[in-house]
Design a protein around this ligand. Structure first.
Ligand SMILES: *Cc1c(COP(=O)(O)O)cnc(C)c1O
Length: 434
């Protein structure tokens, strides 16, 4: 029965050319860093299942918290009520963010967290009678999600090629991404800051805000920038009056080696989007956090000045309970994310001996490098797909972005398991690009 279903699967897969891509293996269960497949194969999840499973899979404490919450209050409409897990989660999140952050708005995923931030920034100006600030500035190679607004502020890429004409127009400025021992970084940073300064001088009055992935451009190719650039760019945009939106959907909750990219860089944006690791990978949930200043622009006697946005599963109690437990676990294991960069650097050092490995880099819990290629760099470069296939045959799940290969494992991965990841990568790269 199972077989029949799978040869004619009713599931339309994401990001997949279904005509040419064989059906994927079936996962029966997972524990810790390991996925168990139907045929008995055990695969190490080197990417925390799209960057969410920070405590590994099937964590019992989170499972128990969800179960208990489900027996108490599984859901209630967010428009009419609030509940304890929702309040507790907002109260727990705010002190972790820069101190001027005072409000938490709930939604369902990273893209909706971005949509909410964009709508808040846009309406912020309109509510104050400013009618000229209606556009957004964002960064080249940035990625902010797959809904229409999120695609609009994302840089042109294979994720949105077919939709460009549907999207609202947005301006892009360059991002000084860097790697270990990059000789040109100072120059790249000043070039990028000059470009930012120039567009702000000319067009600042037309921008409602600037959105960026702080410290790490994830889907765009694991491109890291230095905290100093983030700080300078944020301050510059704020000096020109733009609201600065940090899309920390990926960088939040320890990924960068600190709680958030903004705490690592000691910067204070105006809006922050969080999702991926929020619930520890158990349930889809997101938040958009706002400063008091932003929030106050929505308070008036006019009902139309309110934020007309909301989702059916607003502040879902199960998601809140999972998030609260995930944060509690994270607080007890801060060293898990703080110490991973050093562990990655050791592994990368070994890989860097291979001639095919270039631009090795680590930021917090993420390690990345580019495979030298004769084709163009970028998402459609086939080298990564070949590497992923060979790695899977050797029991390691990776999902390279074109010829960029990266690891973003659960924070509690053992040294033995991490060594295993690097052993497999070493073997695979030696094989495909000797
Ligand atoms: C994944 C991601 C998103 C989109 O999140 P979804 O939950 O997939 O909608 C947005 N921004 C960044 C930086 C992301 O990494």
């Amino acid at each position: 029965m199972l077989e029949t279903v799978r040869h004619n699967s009713p599931v339309w897969r994401p990001y997949t050319q279904e005509r040419t891509t064989p059906l994927p293996p079936l996962v029966t269960h997972a524990k810790g860093a390991w996925l168990h497949l139907e045929d008995g194969q055990k695969v190490l999840d080197g990417v925390s299942s799209w960057w969410v499973s920070i405590h590994g899979h099937a964590n019992e404490e989170i499972a128990e918290a969800i179960y208990q919450q489900a027996l108490t209050l599984e859901h209630v409409l967010g428009g009419s009520f609030i509940h304890t897990p929702g309040l507790l989660l907002a109260e727990k999140l705010l002190p972790l963010l820069p101190q001027n952050f005072k409000k938490i708005f709930f939604s369902d995923n990273g893209s909706t967290a971005v949509e909410v931030a964009l709508k808040i920034a846009y309406q912020y100006w309109i509510n104050q009678g400013v009618t000229t600030r209606k556009r957004f500035l964002s960064f080249e190679e940035g990625y902010h999600g797959d809904t229409v607004g999120a695609m609009s502020v994302s840089a042109p890429s294979p994720f949105n090629t077919k939709f460009r004409e549907l999207l609202f127009s947005c301006s892009y400025t360059p991002f000084p991404w860097t790697y270990e021992n990059d000789p040109d970084i100072e120059e790249k940073e000043s070039t990028c800051l000059e470009a930012l300064q120039k567009i702000l001088e000319e067009e600042a009055g037309t921008f409602a805000g600037m959105i960026l992935e702080p410290l790490i451009q994830g889907a765009g190719g694991m491109r890291f920038c230095r905290p100093k650039f983030l700080k300078d760019a944020t301050q510059l945009a704020q000096k020109y009056g733009l609201l600065v939106i940090y899309d920390e959907v990926f960088t939040g909750f320890g990924r960068t080696g600190d709680w958030f990219a903004c705490t690592k860089a000691e910067t204070s944006p105006d809006l922050i989007c969080l999702s991926k690791a929020l619930t520890g990978g158990f349930l889809p949930m997101a938040v958009t956090a706002a400063t008091q200043k932003v929030y106050e622009a929505f308070l008036s006697e006019n009902p139309q000045d309110a934020l007309f946005h909301g989702h059916t599963y607003y502040a879902n109690p199960l998601g809140c309970a999972a998030s609260l437990k995930s944060l509690e676990i994270l607080e007890k294991n801060i060293s898990g994310f703080q110490l991973m960069e050093g562990r990655h650097l050791k592994g990368l050092e070994r890989l860097a001996q291979l001639p095919a490995v270039q631009r090795a880099r680590a930021c917090g819990t993420i390690a990345a490098f580019d495979l030298r290629t004769e084709g163009a760099d970028g998402y459609l470069n086939p080298l990564g797909k070949i590497a992923a296939k060979k790695a899977l045959e050797r029991n390691l799940l990776i999902r390279p972005l074109g010829n960029t290969v990266y690891l973003a494992p659960p924070y509690n991965i053992s040294q033995e398991e991490l060594d295993f990841c690097y052993d497999v990568l070493f073997e695979v790269i030696s094989l495909i690009a000797p």
